[in-house]
Structures are given as structure tokens and as C-alpha cells.
Design a protein around this ligand. Structure first.
Ligand SMILES: Cc1cc2nc3c(=O)[nH]c(=O)nc-3n(C[C@H](O)[C@H](O)[C@H](O)COP(=O)(O)OP(=O)(O)OC[C@H]3O[C@@H](n4cnc5c(N)ncnc54)[C@H](O)[C@@H]3O)c2cc1C
Ligand SMILES: *[C@@H]1O[C@H](CO)[C@@H](O)[C@H](O)[C@H]1NC(C)=O
Ligand SMILES: *[C@@H]1O[C@H](CO)[C@@H](O)[C@H](O)[C@H]1NC(C)=O
Length: 546
């Protein structure tokens, strides 16, 4: 009794002491000392404080949303770029010891910058995995091990380098970090045929809250379930994914056909909504909506671009389109046959003159200031509803919307197979984006208001109870954890949108594997309140009173 209360007082003192030392310089010194005692390489290669000239270029390097880099946005106390798995372990151990929030970044594409900024304004460190990016492809075994810092483009390139008839069904944008991307699902142009990236994961190496390295066998099926779609930054640090390869034909076909309002865009899009999820599984046609000059110069119009990948040759594609979607008027001259890897570049938006080696740069090409939101649609939106969208689009500077068809394999996988729940019954997903330039960087309010109003307008036409959203399109408008504490009821608001009924299982697993809530961020999975902790608190209070 006596000695346990003494040790409580001592540990309280230690905590108080470490809080008062947390003012930035000494914190960095302490972190440095802690790491130094743990790792063998010189820290000068991987330890960056804000007064290091390389700090800002490194912070900027993979940050995709320029909105999150403004001077007004809180910056990390330091960035650590581990060179080995055990360096990552040391970072976990030292962050825990010094009681500082750790954020992990793989590809930096988070929509709200959650991997490198903090909305809560509390000190944090960034563990940037960009130097852990090896990819090893085993064609005979039909799999690949990919380290978290590699991009999907690097993975696609390394697969195609070894085989023209293997692929992997993940994201369309080639600079996505495989580490964060798969944690939220990872959809791409082969999702109707093979499902998500997360549906095609065989194993993973992660570091848990105790600093242990686990694989599928040692983490167990609960945690292995949670990390495949439960969102990044809640359960541990993914070091590498082992993914399953899928067959692709030697020749695939792509096309992009654009229809403006004057060309009957509304009626064609109405028809697309009825067929896109029912088409042959080899065919994926997404719709990209933008504004621009119409037939008359200076008069803006809305255009819908039908951007497609077909896992087969042009003859069969034309047959399918004539039967299922003749309204688009697809012609042979619109179609280009190519290899699967070339289609990756095409869908990512590169001109055909660009060689595939660009995928190895691992750099993003599409950085800007933006705000985005998402919805899932279960019934076709009537033409009158579409017209309301066009009206709003014509009122914004650079609006963008992408409609992604579901159906096929997406409908065959059950809602609870992995945490990603948006399956059978979903016709398509909408992503809304508004982009602005340097001129508006200090006051983006008008654009953010615009997208929120559009989102309100859409409520009639999209999924309800809950209104579903894609966790990989993080949206802090849906709610946010407070610093250091998470609240189950509050988190259920966005949790049910991202995960539907899987949210409760995610919370149970989180509580089991990370009861102290070490891995946390603005929208991390909460832990359940600890019974023991409440009892201890009560005990302490009565001690004080006595
Ligand atoms: C231009 C663009 C295009 C996109 N296209 C697609 C698409 O085609 N398909 C699609 O599904 N999504 C797409 N996304 C969304 C994308 O999947 C998510 O932003 C994803 O989280 C990015 O992963 P990242 O590693 O690049 O991001 P990061 O910003 O590094 O991380 C995202 C989140 O995961 C956490 N995290 C990062 N690394 C790890 C790790 N190793 N272990 C645990 N947690 C980690 C971070 O802390 C953060 O919370 C796109 C995003 C952008 C900006
Ligand atoms: C980092 O990005 C910000 C925002 O775009 C920019 O203002 C700044 O100049 C960049 N700094 C460096 C060193 O790249
Ligand atoms: C998908 O849902 C429809 C309608 O609710 C149902 O008829 C069909 O059997 C479901 N398909 C699968 C694969 O579960």
C-alpha cells in the first residue's frame, strides 16, 4: 500500500517533469538522446528540426494539399525519416517515453493533411516513411511485399517489369503512398473486377503501440481485419504490405469521351447511372465533371468526361458499349489499345509521350489548395437533380466531381469482410472537390462554403442513415477528436459514415490493442472508456480527501 502510493507520487512527478520539459528545444534534445541510445546510424541523416534548412523542403516534399502547408498551420516539432524497421520501432518507443503525439506519413496524400499537421495545435513528431520503399515482386508466388513508403506507381511498375499479365487493383493516382492508401480501402480502375487494394492483401508487417513488430500470424485476425480498411493512424504503423497480384490481359483498352450540356450531357449521365454498376466487370467507366468554355467562346458550360479502362481488346469493348450504353456514342477512333502499365499512366493523366519510368520518381504531379467531400449513391439521381448540380458548378471557379462506378466484385464481398462497408446496393461513389489558387490561399472561405452548400444540396439524392463517406477522403467537417481524448459517442458520428456497423468492432479491437490510445489523430478510432482507470481515479480522489 505504502510503497505503491509512493511510486504513484514519483510517477506523477516524472510526468509533470516531462510536461515542463516539453517546451520545444529540450523536447527535441530529449528525443534526440532517446533515439541516439536506440539506433546505430548517425542521426544527422534522419533527424530534422525546424531550424534545419532541409526541414521545410522535406515537410513539403509529399504534402499533397497546399492548404495544409500554410504558415498558419501548426508544424511538427521534428521530422524523423527512419532507414530501417528498427528505427521506426525506436521512434515509437521514444515518443511514448517522452509522451509526445506521433504522426506517420507514407505518401502524404491525406485530404486534411492528418499525416503531417495537427488541427489540435499540440506538439507532435512526424515519422516519414519515404525512405522505406522497397518493392519485391514474386511472380511465381503471385504476390509482392511492398514497404509503406513506396508509391502505388512504383508497385505497378515493378510488377509490370516482371510480367505483362499481372497487376494489382489499387488507386488511380500514381503517387499515392501504399502505406496510408491501403489502410482506407484503395479503389482503382480494376475494382469492379477484383475489388479494392485492401481486399487483396495477404499479410502485413506492423509496429504496435508497444513497439513490437507483428505479422499476420502474430497480430491475429482481429487486428489484421482492422488495418485493412479501418483507416490509417489508429492501430499501429504499417511497415509493409504483402499483396496478392491479379491477372491482367496483355492488351487493355482505354478511352475518354466528353459531353457538354449542349451535347446532351444530362440525359447521357442519367443513363450512365442506370448501367455503370451493371456493365461487364471488365469495364470501368468513371465520370469526371468540370466546367469550361462551351461551343460559344466565353460562355461556360459543364462537361462530363467518361474515362474508362476495359480489360480486353477494342472489338469486344465496342460490342458491350453498343448493347449496354449506346447513348455515349463510343467509336473505334476514341479507343486506344495498350499494355496494362500504359493504362496506369493514361488513367493517372500523363500524356502518352511520358515514359513509364516517371512512376519511379514517386513524386506527385497534382498539388494544389483543395477541399473535398464524398457521397455514395444507391438510386439514380433524376435529371432535375443533375440540373441543380450544374447550376452550382457554374457558380464556382474550379469545381470538380468524380463519379466512380461500383457493382461487379464490389457487390460480391460482404460489408463486414473488411472494415470498408460500401458494397452491394451502391451504384457509385461521388467525390466533390473545389480547387483554388495562390490568390485565395489566405481566405479560402468562399470555396469551402461552396462545397458545403453543394453537399447540403445533395443530401436528398445520396445514401442516408448513415450518410456514408469514404475514409480515404478524410473530411473534418464530419467531426473531430479532441486532443489526447477520444469520445466514443462523438466518434460514432463520422465512424458510422466511414465504417457503418464495422465501427463497433474497430473500437473493440482498438481498445484491446492500444488501450492507452497512443496512435491517435483528429479522426482516429476511439478506445472504450477504461473501467480500471475510472476506479483508479476514484481511488486517488479519496486518497487526497483523506
Ligand atoms: C490526388 C489524389 C488522388 C487519390 N486517388 C485515390 C484513388 O484513386 N483511390 C483511392 O482509394 N484513394 C485515392 N486517394 C485518397 C488516398 O487513398 C488517401 O489519401 C490515402 O490515405 C493516401 O495514403 P498516403 O500514404 O499517400 O497518405 P498519408 O497522408 O501519408 O497518410 C494518410 C493517413 O494514413 C496514415 N498513415 C500513413 N502511413 C501509414 C502507415 N504506414 N501506417 C499506418 N498509418 C499510416 C496517416 O497518418 C494518415 O492518417 C487520392 C488522394 C489524392 C490526394
Ligand atoms: C513549402 O510549401 C509552401 C506552401 O506551398 C510554400 O509557401 C513554401 O515556399 C515551400 N517551401 C519550400 C522550401 O519548398
Ligand atoms: C445484392 O443486393 C440485391 C438487392 O438487394 C440482391 O438481390 C442480391 O442478391 C445481392 N447480391 C449479393 C451478391 O449479395
Amino acid at each position: 500500500m505504502e510503497s505503491s502510493s509512493t511510486s504513484t507520487i514519483i510517477s506523477l512527478l516524472v510526468i509533470l517533469l516531462s510536461f515542463s520539459l516539453a517546451s520545444s528545444d529540450s523536447f527535441q534534445d530529449n528525443f534526440y538522446k532517446c533515439l541516439n541510445s536506440q539506433i546505430s546510424v548517425p542521426l544527422s541523416n534522419c533527424f530534422y528540426t525546424p531550424n534545419n534548412p532541409s526541414f521545410t523542403p522535406l515537410l513539403n516534399s509529399s504534402a499533397q494539399n497546399l492548404r495544409c502547408l500554410l504558415p498558419s498551420v501548426p508544424k511538427p516539432e521534428l521530422i524523423f525519416t527512419p532507414l530501417t524497421e528498427s528505427d521506426v520501432q525506436s521512434a515509437v518507443i521514444c515518443s511514448k517515453q517522452l509522451n509526445i503525439q506521433l504522426k506517420v506519413r507514407s505518401g502524404g496524400h491525406d485530404y486534411e493533411g492528418l499525416s503531417y499537421i495537427s488541427e489540435t495545435g499540440t506538439p507532435f513528431v512526424v515519422v516519414d516513411l519515404s525512405k522505406l520503399r522497397s518493392v519485391s515482386v514474386d511472380i511465381e508466388g503471385n504476390n509482392a511485399w511492398v514497404e509503406a513508403g513506396a508509391t502505388v506507381g512504383e508497385l505497378y511498375y515493378r510488377i509490370a517489369e516482371k510480367s505483362k499479365i499481372h497487376g494489382y487493383p489499387a488507386g488511380l493516382c500514381s503517387s499515392l503512398g501504399i502505406g496510408g492508401h491501403i489502410t482506407g480501402g484503395a479503389y482503382g480502375s480494376m475494382m469492379r473486377k477484383y475489388g479494392l487494394g485492401a481486399d487483396n492483401v495477404l499479410d502485413a508487417r506492423i509496429i504496435d503501440a508497444n513497439g513490437n513488430i507483428l505479422d499476420r500470424e502474430s497480430m491475429g485476425e482481429d487486428l489484421f481485419w482492422a488495418i485493412r480498411g479501418g483507416g490509417g493512424g489508429s492501430f499501429g504503423i504499417i511497415l509493409a504490405w504483402k499483396v496478392k497480384l491479379v491477372p491482367v490481359p496483355e492488351t487493355v483498352t482505354v478511352f475518354t469521351v466528353t459531353k457538354t450540356l449542349e451535347q446532351g450531357a444530362t440525359k447521357i449521365l442519367y443513363k450512365w447511372q442506370q448501367v455503370a454498376d451493371k456493365l461487364d466487370e471488365d469495364l470501368f467507366i468513371r465520370v469526371i465533371t468540370q466546367t469550361g468554355d462551351g461551343a460559344k467562346k466565353g460562355v461556360r458550360t459543364v462537361s462530363n468526361s467518361y474515362n474508362a479502362l476495359f480489360l480486353g481488346g477494342v472489338d469486344r469493348l465496342l460490342q458491350i458499349m453498343a448493347e449496354s450504353f449506346p447513348e455515349l456514342g463510343l467509336q473505334r477512333k476514341d479507343c486506344v489499345e495498350m499494355s496494362w502499365l500504359e493504362s496506369v499512366l493514361y488513367i493517372a493523366g500523363y500524356p502518352s509521350s511520358v515514359p513509364p519510368e516517371i512512376l519511379l520518381q514517386g513524386k506527385s504531379t497534382f498539388k494544389n489548395y483543395f477541399k473535398a467531400k464524398s457521397d455514395f449513391v444507391k438510386e439514380p439521381i433524376p435529371e432535375s437533380g443533375l440540373e441543380g448540380i450544374w447550376k452550382r458548378f457554374l457558380e464556382e471557379d474550379t469545381p470538380l466531381m468524380i463519379w466512380n462506378p461500383y457493382g461487379g466484385m464490389m457487390s460480391k464481398i460482404s460489408e463486414s469482410d473488411i472494415p470498408f462497408p460500401h458494397r452491394n446496393g451502391t451504384l457509385f461513389k461521388i467525390q466533390y472537390v473545389t480547387i483554388w489558387g495562390d490568390a485565395d490561399k489566405a481566405s479560402p472561405g468562399r470555396h469551402v462554403e461552396w462545397i458545403r452548400k453543394l453537399y447540403n444540396y445533395m443530401s436528398t439524392y445520396v445514401s442516408k442513415f448513415p450518410r456514408e463517406a469514404y475514409v480515404n477522403y478524410r473530411d473534418l467537417d464530419l467531426g473531430m477528436n479532441k486532443y489526447g481524448s477520444t469520445d466514443f459517442v462523438q466518434a460514432s458520428v463520422w465512424g458510422s459514415k466511414y465504417f457503418k456497423n464495422n465501427f463497433n468492432r474497430l473500437v473493440r479491437i482498438k481498445t484491446k490493442v492500444d488501450p492507452d490510445n497512443f496512435f491517435r489523430h483528429e479522426q482516429s478510432i476511439p478506445t472504450l472508456p477504461k473501467e480500471g482507470k475510472q476506479r483508479r481515479r476514484r481511488g486517488r480522489r479519496s486518497h487526497h480527501q483523506g
